[in-house]
Ligand binder design. Structure first.
Ligand SMILES: [Fe+2]
Length: 292
């Protein structure tokens, strides 16, 4: 067809995609085009604005590297990642979050009750918790967690040559009841990168770039969906203004200053080195069966 109107253009797009080999791909891309067309019509987008947007995407590609993904950041800052997380979390499971740019595939395993703190600068923190079935709330056997966070200076190991590689990264096997514990330090708020096109977008919108302090965690167990999430400290000043829109009520953990021997159900390797007062946070992680 020879399109003569905005509606014709959309009809032409749908027509030419009619024989796409994969139905889901056809459906998603046709819907994307329809929403983009509606956006252009609604905003009466000008040539200059279109060129500016395309230039931003082009520069997002140029600034991206193996370690930096400006498109993932764009998705986070547009609240698209959070929306996908929200729509794909079953109601009885722990909310999921973005994997983020500092996830590492091959991290050292440490024993349940082990130590990521290793006496480094920061406020010592004991994290304990249990992996449970989201429906029955019973402990899950053969669960494994991977955790990572930033150091007291707000930087992840990959951003900071003064830290050992994979500092504050590790994975551990939980007990048969799904219990786990480890020592670390309090994680810190940080800002997302502002030196690329996404930073320009944040400034153009008058937005701040802070993310509340969080502990990244991936939980896996046989016959359950893997969970990628983040836990936030209850007293963080950015809980209600997270640049990545990632905070959910069930991900906010009350960190409490406690005294004396920690009673967390799992012997702590660093128990004797903890100061008289230290922080403690208790997590409950609800997994969804993988057949749903
Ligand atoms: Fe993070």
């Amino acid at each position: 067809m020879r399109p003569a109107s905005p509606d014709d253009l959309m009809r032409a797009f749908v027509e030419c995609a009619a024989h796409a080999p994969n139905e889901r791909t056809r459906s998603v891309l046709t819907s994307l085009a329809a929403h983009l067309h509606a956006f252009v019509v609604e905003t009466k987008l000008t040539h200059v604005e279109l060129t500016t947007g395309l230039d931003m995407l082009c520069r997002a590609g140029s600034i991206s590297t193996g370690e930096r993904d400006e498109f993932a950041l764009l998705s986070d800052m547009l609240a698209v990642t959070a929306l996908v997380d929200m729509l794909n979390t079953p109601p009885y499971a722990t909310s999921s979050s973005a994997l983020g740019p500092f996830f590492q595939r091959n991290v050292p395993a440490f024993r349940n009750g082990g130590d990521l703190w290793r006496g480094q600068v920061g406020e010592p923190l004991v994290i304990s918790g249990r992996i449970v079935d989201g429906c029955s709330r019973k402990g899950v056997a053969d669960a494994r967690i991977q955790v990572w966070q930033n150091a007291d200076n707000g930087l992840y190991a990959a951003q900071d040559s003064s830290q050992p590689p994979l500092n504050y990264h590790g994975s551990l096997d939980c007990s048969e009841d799904g219990d786990f514990a480890f020592t670390t330090t309090r994680f810190r708020p940080y800002t997302v990168p502002g030196d690329g096109p996404v930073g320009e977008m944040l400034r153009a919108l008058g937005r701040q770039a802070w993310r509340p302090a969080h502990l990244h965690l991936v939980a896996q167990a046989p016959r359950y969906r893997p969970l990628v999430t983040e836990f936030y400290s209850h007293d963080d000043p950015y809980l209600d203004s997270d640049a990545a829109f990632g905070v959910r009520d069930d991900l906010v953990v009350r960190l409490q200053l406690v005294q004396g021997p920690p009673e967390v159900g799992v012997p702590l390797e660093a128990a004797s080195r903890l100061p008289p007062r230290f922080w403690h946070g208790e997590l409950q992680i609800r997994l969804a069966p993988d057949n749903e």
